[in-house]
Ligand binder design. Structure first.
Ligand SMILES: Nc1ncnc2c1ncn2[C@@H]1O[C@H](COP(=O)(O)OP(=O)(O)OP(=O)(O)O)[C@@H](O)[C@H]1O
Ligand SMILES: Cc1ncsc1CCO
Ligand SMILES: [Mg+2]
Length: 263
């Protein structure tokens, strides 16, 4: 727990630059969350600059939420380059399983070896089985139903696999950590999962033990969600209090509030 709360200090001291190629829905939410937590966001997807940007940043986040032909190419260029220079990168497979187009892009991105794959249960299950259909961007499965798929996906890809939900599971081959913080209303704000992936980018930029980094990111999401839920009347105020909680949370309180099981 102490190592995890220390990472929050390290994040604020180092303030890593995190590049996102992400969806139109959450660009603003995720940039604000990165800033509030102490990192520095840059959204960049132009083919002409994407490689140069990957060179500059501490980590890259690729989120396929509102993909199109131009953006897909940006993602492939960025992922290939991140892989070739060993820059940590996070894949958020939004809507995996919903359409063949999404699945095709994901199958082209995976060979560039994401450091982390963070998705909801249906997305993680669909990456290992063609039979699972996601309901758009929301999960129709609980995170514990996806554990087996997560273990398989981690061993197939060498990525740390993060399954978000009521309990978050962070899986590196057959090691699993769990985060039990968070509130169901978090799923009623669009892009909370995308925010989890963005914060994961910030933590893998500053910590090479990726399992620890991912656990810290999910614990920060959950604790900030808990603090925000205590003050909120619904999704609108939860979003606002969530930023304030990310900004104001001190490492001591983070350590006290996190409910983490670490292998
Ligand atoms: N029932 C729940 N109880 C506690 N926390 C939850 C619950 N559902 C979601 N969360 C938290 O909300 C955040 C987003 O997870 P979720 O699984 O909803 O992502 P997602 O489906 O990818 O979201 P989106 O695609 O809208 O960005 C995570 O930090 C997760 O822990
Ligand atoms: C609603 C939505 N549609 C495409 S991306 C996105 C944001 C949540 O994943
Ligand atoms: Mg999602």
């Amino acid at each position: 727990m102490e190592q995890i709360s220390e990472l929050l200090k390290k994040l604020r001291n180092q303030s890593p630059l995190v590049q996102s190629i992400t969806n139109y829905v959450v660009m603003n939410n995720t940039a604000n969350a990165l800033l509030a937590a102490g990192a520095s966001p840059i959204m960049a997807h132009a083919h002409s600059e994407v490689k140069d940007m990957v060179n500059l940043v501490g980590a890259l986040v690729i989120n396929i939420g509102t993909l199109d032909e131009y953006w897909s190419e940006s993602m492939l260029i960025a992922a290939e380059h991140a892989h070739s220079i060993q820059k940590p990168w996070v894949l958020d497979p939004v809507g995996a399983g919903a359409t063949p187009y999404r699945n095709e892009l994901l199958s082209k991105l995976l060979p560039f070896k994401p450091t982390v794959i963070r998705g909801n249960a249906s997305e993680i299950m669909s990456l290992t089985s063609v039979n699972i259909k996601s309901k758009g961007v929301d999960s129709t499965n609980t995170s514990d139903e996806a554990i087996e798929a997560g273990i398989l996906l981690s061993s197939q890809t060498d990525a740390v696999v993060v399954i978000s939900g009521e309990v978050d599971y962070i899986i590196e081959r057959n090691r699993i950590s769990q985060v039990k913080n968070g509130n169901p209303i978090m799923a009623k704000i669009t892009g909370m999962g995308c925010t989890a992936s963005a914060l994961t980018g910030a933590f893998v930029a500053i910590e090479k033990d990726y399992m620890l980094a991912c656990t810290a990111a999910m614990a920060l999401m959950g604790v900030a969600g808990d603090l925000a839920a205590e003050k909120s009347e619904g999704p609108g105020t939860l979003q606002l209090h969530f930023y304030d909680a990310l900004y104001n949370l001190q490492p001591e309180e983070f350590g006290e509030r996190m409910i983490v099981k670490y292998p």
